[in-house]
Write a protein that binds this ligand. Sequence first.
Ligand code: 4AD
Ligand code: MG
Length: 503
Amino acid sequence: METTSTTISRLGEHIGTPVTLSGWVYNSRASGKIIFIILRDGTGMCQCVLEKNDDTESFFGEAKKLAQEASVEITGSVKQDDRATGGFELAVTNVKIIHASVDYPISPKPHGVDFLMKHRHLWFRSKRPWHILRIRATIIDQIRRFYNDRGFVLIDTPIFAPAAGEGSQTLFQVDYFGDPVYLAQTGQLYLEAACMAHRKVYCFGPTFRAEKSKTRRHLTEFWMVGPEIAFASLEEVMDVAEEFICSIAQRVLTDHREELIELGRNIEDLEAVNKPFTRLTYTEAAELLRGPKAQALLENDLTEKSARVSELNKSIEELDAVSSAQGVKQWKKDKAAAEVVAAREERGELEEQIKNIPHHLELAKNFEWGSDLGGSDETIISRLHDRPVFVTHYPKDVKAFYMRQDRSDDRVLECFDLLASQGFGEIIGGSAREEDYDRLLARIKHEKLPQEDYDWYLDLRRYGSVPHGGFGLGVERTVAWICGLRHIRETIPYPRMMGKFYP
Ligand code: 4AD
Ligand code: MG
């Protein structure tokens, strides 16, 4: 009989008819005269059931030997089955092996993240990265849609840059035919020039920072997107940021609700991402850190996390007993062993966090006006709000030279960070830009930046300078927050961090 080639995502169009799927064996289990193959084809997963009978006998033996990640073509008729993954099942009539897979390194049992990262090129095929990278693609699509729909003009800014855009501490230097240049830390300065031509512009591209520390929030190569708007005030720029973030959360909730649930993301937290976001000044944020709410939050953490560790200790003991008991079925032992690995990992993380709590408490309690907010401070502030929160008007000394000085209080700048909720911390940094030539030049000199490198940038303040502003959003931090991932490394296909650049 004629069969149609299709994909798992379109099985619903073929109920009761024979189709051919092409893909890879995700998992396979034989039980007497039946083989259950979970096939993945890039669009989804489907259980394929092969029964041994006169028609299938000729290839049944070969099919039984199919290993994880062998590539195959499977023909069968489509049955609707609400209990099955994806809602369909294939009653197999033929299996054609395209290529074998021997000793695939990533088995269904848990692996450490270092091992998985070294096998990133294969790890892509597993469920979790598959979900995350699809959500990333949707977020990027929504980012472009947001700006394109609102009349922002896309301006691509260069990656080779002659000067620092965002502080000289994190520059990657490259030899440019004998001259030193740097990989772009931001497209912002170039974008400012373009907004004087097109009024509303945005740039979106890879960004580089030589971050010499290993944290869960920093990559050395990441993607940044942001608008720049002529004649905009700080408040207007923040309004855009607010609407932008809401549109991203909405889009992912609409397109990926099931995947978010599978990743363990709390959906209600994302549904709460609506306007307006609280706008705290830096000074108010500092008071919040020193106040009783921050203290209570951390003390409560200590109690809850310690209780969870005791719970885990107990279950690890019980699971160990199952693994080593006599007469327990092998699959039960395997399950217990896998659970122990997960429990130990969770316990390790909690113990690390518990160890840090007293230090974070001290930092918050003694927070001094004038210092920058640290990672733990941001976490506290963002956890004290149920949706993203703006912190505005930071002191001059902790922010970049191009930010506009507040004319009513010259100790602070017209700038903001947006801290994502649930403790994720900063995902956006932005500001009004200093439009006054003399003030900007004074900042460049004060920061001891080489003035000649910024002469073109000063031109923007020589010829029809106007108030303007914008912000930059880190794509990977946004993906981490939306998906509920503790660490940023899983949010980009090939993460680059200090000491990590393979594969
Ligand atoms: O706050 P940042 O440094 O701001 C700028 O670069 C401005 N020039 C943007 C602008 O106003 N147009 O960086 C912006 C965002 C951060 O909020 C964060 O989300 C992300 O970029 N980011 C990083 N993400 C991953 N790894 C790093 N090392 C990052 N550094 C910044
Ligand atoms: Mg920042």
